[in-house]
Design a protein around this ligand. Sequence first.
Ligand SMILES: [Zn+2]
Length: 497
Amino acid sequence: MRVSALVLAGVGLAVLGGAWWYVGRKAPPRWNVVVLTLDTTRADFLGCYGRPGDPTPVLDALAREGTRFDRAIATASVTPVSHASILSGLDNQEHGVRVLAGMCGYKLKPEVPTLATILQSQGYATAAVHSAFPVSAYYGFDHGFDVFESFEGVIQKSQAGTMSWPLTKLQRRSDETTRMVIDELAHLDQPFFLWVHYWDPHDTVLLPPPELTAGLPHTADGQLAASRELYGAEVSYVDSQIGRLFETLKASGEWEHTLVVVVADHGEGLGDHDWQFHRILYQEQIRVPLLVRVPGLASTPSVAATVSTTDIAPTVLDYLGVRAPRAMSGRTLRPLLEGRADAPRSAFADQINGYDLNAAMLTKRPFDDFLYAVVDQGWKLVWRPLHPEKSELFDLDQDPGELRNRYADAPDQALRLQKLLARHGSWVTTPCHTPEDPGLDRAAALQILEGLGYAGGGETVEARWGFACPEAPGRVVADPAELDCADGYLLVPSTAR
Ligand SMILES: [Zn+2]
């Protein structure tokens, strides 16, 4: 009786609250939306995430005006895969982008709705300005954009013997990108959806102006050395360029009705966990900065809860009062932004390096061929399906730097997270042999696959996967249909191995 009364009271309040919102706002706002994606940008290199020395005053000011998410998890640590989740609100197995280079699984299909396609259909002007090839039309990111300032190119066999793109040619520095954005803003109809992609910290091809790099470590032959300091200078330079963009929006009066999201697609190793680059799943790689600023909202300063970058698209649509044409795996962040109660979330990420023709890193990190991660209730599991004994479990609240693997000594948590992964079911069990893009060099791709051991005779795939229920890991079968697991199955090595 008491419970019913409470429930009724709750429903009544919800109805009243909804009515107030309706009367107060009449129609959903026609705000502009700006999504900035910062490639290869670690959260801990921003001042608002604790980096000393005032390295990012512009983003710090945005964080003060909006909300900083302290455990935002990207769905991958490779560019196109992670961006596909940011734009679509879908996990990797749903949007289908799994690799940077492959004969399939690299292209966002036109039928997958994104913020661009959805908002374009609602009458928004849509524009994208990019700083490097891995978010280009080659990867299917052009759909839904009226204006698409990106790069044209194709993946080809590289000197290193993998498939790659011309890194030194197909990128631009953040000052040039910002100049293009400002030009675009001058004649963009309103309301608009604008996606700007910055690239500078990804590599040292284009460096910040000399005054920002004076005094940084140099190599013996006088070149700037790749270092944490140089990486930090590149992050700071991007911050200064974002400042130019924000000033333009403020000067034109558009800032007051523009929803702003800043997020990174992934971080960078910089030597942590014995790795300089990305493509793995430790927190310095997938725990990304996420700042959300909603016009007129005195929002929660910071959110400690685990969220996913798949939550961004549903959040934007929620505030604009736009319905997605199909369900998204992400959930709106609105309760967290507005300080209301919210059910806990899990976040998932994976790296299908073993089928990625660009993943030269496998020669150095053979146990990182296939990585599936879940973050839930402060715990994180990184499952290595071909090397289960190398899997890792971390208590992120106690050990945010992931220095102590608890996989062997916390079996209850390991099993709990394995079941979440099993239920998520994001497994990839075959590389692609049929090219989706006629421009791709199929012979070269097959040769690389064969070299990796995945293609016997150039065509057939080695059967190497087995399947098992998380609660009965000893019973491995070749066909998951033979299993009757309570929570889905785990991908494991085949019994023949
Ligand atoms: Zn990236």
